[in-house]
Write a protein that binds this ligand. Sequence first.
Ligand code: G3P
Ligand code: CA
Length: 225
Amino acid sequence: MLKIAHRGAKGYEPENTLKAFQKALDLKADGIELDVHLSLDGHLIVMHDETIDKMTNGKGFVNTLSLSELKSFLIADQYEIPTLNEVFNLIDKKCLINIELKNADTAAKVVALIHQYISEKSWNYEHFIVSSFDWNALLEVHHLDSKILIGVLTETALDTALTFAESIKACAIHPDYQLLNQENTRQIQEKGFWVLPWTVNEAKDIQKIKSYHVDGIISDFPDKI
Ligand code: G3P
Ligand code: CA
């Protein structure tokens, strides 16, 4: 069962920073999860919200700021906002990278970056899984390269997610963990999909979800899994 560090090890370090991703490696996580947006000048920026207001000493929408403007603001007075390729370089094939596309406009750039790391740096498809609540973004990824592993995110509709996952030959369903029970977990797995629920942090919830024999858990505290 995969232990996947949500936004890096968010329980221990500021989310979606290189510090948080390094912490995930230190905790021997099997994977990291992160969120991407596009900057004004087309760079893939690792940030959860569409604005930088909550996480940095700056303000504004990620897609209205250039990379150099974004880099001028700090997270927790210390850390730069990372780009996706900076995170790839830090992880350096040491664990799985779950890239959550926050918008469909990131899809083509993420596919291109994956291709670059596969062709130039000897990474392989198993190093990445692309997920999104925006299923059009996943459709675009699938059309650009059907070999890229896809996880279908859902917080409400397990059945619809499953039907969509079948249509694009996704490899996983990423449900809100509260949607799961023993029976539907088994049914999803019998259809050939991994079940990778999020965001499971409390010991009692981790215990319950593990008892369903899911394929992995996305948690702010990967070491608790
Ligand atoms: O990928 C699982 C989880 O990260 C989705 O929710 O809001 O934390 O991006 P959120
Ligand atoms: Ca996320």
